[in-house]
Structures are given as C-alpha cells and as structure tokens.
Design a protein around this ligand. Structure first.
Ligand code: SAH
Ligand code: SF4
Ligand code: F3S
Length: 553
C-alpha cells in the first residue's frame, strides 16, 4: 500500500473540524504521515465549506496556488473534501483540473480508498492525468435507502475514532446529529450534509467515555439543531452488532420544512435532555459538557432543567436568531417569530442565569444582514433584537446567495453590497459595545477556566522570532505547536504538545460561559502544567471582547 505525506487544511464549522480529525486518525492508522507544508506533501487535502461564497473563494485561491506546484510535481494528489465538493460536484474538477479527488461529507469513510486509487494510478501512469476519484451523495442524498447504507459506514467512521491521549488537548467534539431537515431558504447545509440523522445514545456515551479515558475533560456535542435530538430505543435495529442511527421523522408531503413527528410514542425515546443527563451522570470525568448549535424553537424546559441541575453542563447557548424582523424570518423559513425567540431567551435566563453563584448564562447568536428585500425598518428591528438579547458575542454575516437554495432560485439578491456592508458594520459596532459591557460586569468575579494554550500574542511572539526568543524577563522561550498544522484555517481546540518556557507566558482559556480569558503563567512554571486543565482565575480587566485575570491558588 503506498502511504505518503498528507497536508490537510480545514475550513468552515466545527462539524468540519471533527470530520478532519476523524480523517486524520483514519489515515494515520493506515500509515500516512502529516506535514504542515503543502509543498512537501504527496497528498494535499482541503476540507471545505460552502455556507457563503467567501468561504468557497478561499478554497478557489488555494487551488489556484497549487497550479504551479502541480506543474513542478505532477504526482501530487489533490483532494477536495466536505461541503464544497458535495455542492459543486464534478463542475469543480472542470474548473480546477488540478483536483483528483472529490469526497462529500457523507462519504468520508471512502476517502482512504480514493486516495489509494489516485496514488496508484498516478504512479503507474507516471504523471498522466488519471481518472478522477469521486464519492458524493449527489441527488441520492435525500433518498432513504441509499442514505441508510451510507450512514452505517459513516457511523463506523465516528465509532472507530482513534483516540489517544496525545491527540487531544483535553477538549473534543462529539457528533450527535448529522445533517439538517430545516431548509432555511438561504442555507446549503441540508443539501451538502443530507437529511437529519440521530446517532444512537449508547454510541455517543461510549465515545464520551473513551475520550474521558484518554484524558479529555471538555466535550462539545455537535449538531445543526442539537435540541432536535431524539432517538427511539425501542425501534433500534442492529446490523453486525451495531445500533443504527435514526433519521429525523419527516411528515411526508409537508412543506420543504421537515417537521418532526411526535406521534411515535410507546417506545423508549431518548430526548436531548435525556442524552445530556446520561453523559453528565455516566461520564463524570468530563468536567465540562456543552453543545452547539441550538435552534430557537422546540427547546423545552426539560433541557433547561437538566442544564440547571447538572453542574458540569455549561451555562452557554449558541442560539442564532438570524433576524429581528418577522417578515424576514418568514422569508427565511425559520419557523419562529421574534416574540417566540424573545420568549426563549427570557426563559433560558430565568432558568440558568445565576451570576451571584458565579454562573451567569452566556448566549451567542448569528445574524444575517441584507437578506433579499430587507428594508431599513427590518434592519432596525434586528438592531433592537440585538439590544434585547445581550449576546456575549454575535456572528454577523452578509447574505450570500447560494445556488440550489430556495432563496437563490426565487428571491433576487436585491440589497446592494454597500447597504449590506453598512448594516454589517453597524451591528458589529453595536455588538462590540454590548460584549464590552458584559465583559466589564465580570471584573472582580472568579471563574473556572479551561486552558486552551498560549494566547495569540504569545504564539505571535514565538513565531516572529522562530525557535528562540527573549521575553521581557529575558528568558528564552521555544514553542512547538503540534496536533493542528500551523497552516490550518481554524485555531480553536489546537493541541499544544510541548512548550518550554522560563518566564511568564500568556495563556488563553475559556469560562464555562465560553468567554475568553487571558492570564500569565506564574514565574518558574511551565505552560504545559496548565494546558488542557481547569484552573481558577480572578478577572481583573475586560479587554475588548476578552477578559484578563490572574491565576488563583
Ligand atoms: N444550524 C445553524 C447554522 C449553521 S450555518 C442554525 O440554524 O442556527 C452557520 C451560520 O451561517 C448561520 O447561522 C447563518 O447565520 C450563516 N449563514 C448560513 N447561510 C448563509 C448565507 N447564505 N449567507 C449568509 N450567511 C449564512
Ligand atoms: Fe442551515 Fe437552517 Fe439547517 Fe441551520 S437550521 S443548518 S441555517 S438549514
Ligand atoms: Fe460550512 Fe458545511 Fe459546516 S457548508 S458551515 S462546513 S456544514
């Protein structure tokens, strides 16, 4: 079997970061090694995102850069994985003939085979262009029979996750639901990730246990609409001794918005609240349990009660509103009104906001500005929602029309870019003020902080002067960052393997409410003593969107 050096770069959401981790584990177990430098790789892989045009642009430019490289080293195999591969399909290869492999997010279990084929044909044809290796769900992605088969193999990919203590910084993602049935009119995800499928709770709990055994203390559960999680134990089928994932129920003949049915009773059902309780109680070594992304509708009090009564579940919710105008929400097919959104935020705060106990509830959001026909009045309503919601932070996006979505086909993108930009900046300024106020309110409080690694500033200092640098106290610091290749687009959850320092190094971590905290290591202590652990920090200042404090105890 030809193995080689692989360069893997990840774009997009946490779902993609997890997919990349699974791919990395699988390829490593087959003998492939990883390199942080695409120039020396035999296989260059991009795990891509299609959610906005800008996300795709980054990949197009990377592929453009590879043209010269491939002219010099034609034997290099180039693969596009993930949502963009699924959305663009073989058109992508037509536009960028440097691409040899296309592999959609629903077909990642087939990737080793595709790479192997590509490498073999490359070698035998000696640099001749070989037939492309393609695995996409394509138009079959929403057909149940094919889907069921694909999901079984995919489930194996999650289940066979290679977990070793050196792979993790102490924090990990665990998927609970694949795909999405919501069909918001602007969104590609239901097309790229396919129908909503819930993983069996036993598999999820088992994966959490294995991660905990490998030293993981923080787990983030992933799904596009996590609170829709629902698994009917009684209806479970086993194939080869393995429980099968279940599709979200869809009312046949209903609108494009797939509604789950609650008519299936009488069987033992695991709801999202049950799942949280099970992980909390059955895996006590996980000190922090959080989840993203929550959908503002169908979020029951049962989940809020479980969050309130189980201390290791974080007081953090990411619950995108998208707009503060009912007219926009309707056109987006979000399925809730502004009043319902407000009601949820108030209910969540009622159950979970306990600043006096050191546990304030932190909420973050997403907003799209410039959705077709958005007027100044709609926009003012969104500003008002932002003011009421008091997010700790909010991701603000300019509407980007995505081919294949309902909005793209039926509603002209009529808000000029200039207006989108102005609205975007206005919301950013408003949110920055709110985030700073929330930050200032934390000064003087003490928090448990999960330490992720050296702060961006510490990394920059180390990077600028390469292997040896002198800090203020004239100590030599050398940083080795591994676990995530330096070239990768996303920085969160990076594993820092070894850091050696003689003087204070600024570390960065997060509170239970997901606020970023900076603090310095005490004199004479190595950052490695803190990374991947929970420490107590007293907050002394709010710095923009982040907090700064000092270590206690
Ligand atoms: N499932 C999550 C969102 C996943 S996509 C949810 O429904 O909340 C992440 C975010 O990207 C969305 O919340 C939305 O704000 C943004 N987004 C998705 N499609 C977009 C588009 N076509 N243009 C601009 N922003 C978009
Ligand atoms: Fe996209 Fe809507 Fe599904 Fe979120 S809920 S992934 S925005 S279709
Ligand atoms: Fe992007 Fe796909 Fe995630 S489109 S946001 S990588 S689900």
């Amino acid at each position: 079997m030809p193995a080689g050096r692989v360069y893997l770069e990840t774009f997009g959401c946490q779902m993609n970061e997890l997919d990349s981790e699974l791919v990395r584990g699988r390829l490593a177990s087959l003998g492939y090694r990883f390199t942080p430098d695409p120039a020396e790789a035999d296989v260059v892989l991009y795990n891509t995102c299609s959610v906005r045009e800008q996300a795709e642009q980054k990949v197009w430019s990377r592929l453009g850069d590879l043209k010269t490289h491939k002219a010099e080293r034609p034997e290099t195999v180039v693969g596009v994985l993930g949502c963009m591969a699924e959305r663009d399909g073989e058109d992508l290869i037509k536009r960028m003939p440097v691409v040899d492999i296309l592999c959609g997010p629903g077909e990642l279990d087939k990737l080793p085979e595709l790479i192997d084929n590509a490498l073999r044909t490359r070698l035998s044809l000696r640099a001749e262009r070989s037939a492309s290796q393609v695995a996409l769900q394509g138009s079959t992605s929403r057909r149940s029979a094919t889907l069921a088969a694909a999901q079984d193999d995919l489930e194996l990919l999650d289940l066979s996750r290679a977990i070793s203590p050196t792979d993790h910084s102490g924090s990990a993602y665990v998927r609970i639901t694949r795909g999405c049935n919501k069909f918001c009119t602007y969104c590609v995800v239901p097309f790229t990730r396919g129908a909503e499928v819930h993983r069996p709770p036993d598999h999820i709990v088992e994966e959490c246990k294995r991660l905990a055994d490998a030293g993981v203390i923080e787990v983030t559960l992933l799904g596009q609409t996590v609170n829709h999680y629902r698994y009917e134990d009684g209806a479970a089928v086993t194939v080869n001794g393995m429980l099968q994932p279940q599709k979200g129920r869809i009312y046949k003949g209903a609108s494009a918005e797939g509604r789950r049915s609650d008519a299936f009773t009488g069987e033992r059902v695991t709801t999202f609240a049950d799942l949280l309780r099970r992980i909390h109680d059955e895996v006590p070594a996980i000190k922090r349990l959080r989840f993203v992304t929550s959908y503002p509708r169908d979020f029951g009090d049962d989940v809020l009660e479980v969050m309130r009564d189980h201390p290791r579940i974080c007081r953090y919710l990411h619950v995108p509103a998208q707009s503060g105008s009912d007219r926009m929400l309707k056109m987006m097919n979000r399925g809730y009104t502004v009043a319902q959104y407000d009601e949820f935020i108030a209910r969540a705060r009622h159950y979970l906001d306990q600043p006096e106990l050191g546990r304030p509830l932190m909420i973050s959001g997403d907003i799209i500005v410039g959705f077709p026909t958005e007027t100044d009045e709609d926009f003012e309503a969104t500003k008002a929602l932002l003011q009421r919601s008091r997010y700790k932070n909010c991701f603000i996006f300019k509407y980007s029309p995505r081919p294949g979505t309902v909005a793209y086909d039926r509603i002209p993108d009529d808000v000029p870019d200039e207006v989108k930009r102005r609205r975007n900046n206005e919301l950013l300024a408003l949110q920055t003020g709110i985030s700073e106020e929330i930050g200032r309110a934390q000064v003087g409080r003490e928090f448990e902080v999960y330490v992720e690694g050296p702060s961006r500033r510490a990394k920059k200092q180390a990077g600028l002067k390469k292997s040896s640098l002198r800090n203020k106290a004239n100590h030599t610091i050398s940083l080795t960052v591994s676990g995530r290749e330096p070239g990768e687009a996303s920085e969160s959850h990076g594993a820092i393997a070894s850091i050696d320092a003689g003087g204070p190094v600024q570390l960065s971590g997060r509170t239970d409410g997901d606020q970023i905290v900076f603090f310095d290591t005490p004199e004479g202590r190595s950052p490695a003593d803190f990374i991947g652990r929970l420490v107590r920090v007293r907050i002394e200042a709010a710095q923009g969107m982040s907090l700064a404090g000092s270590l206690l105890g």
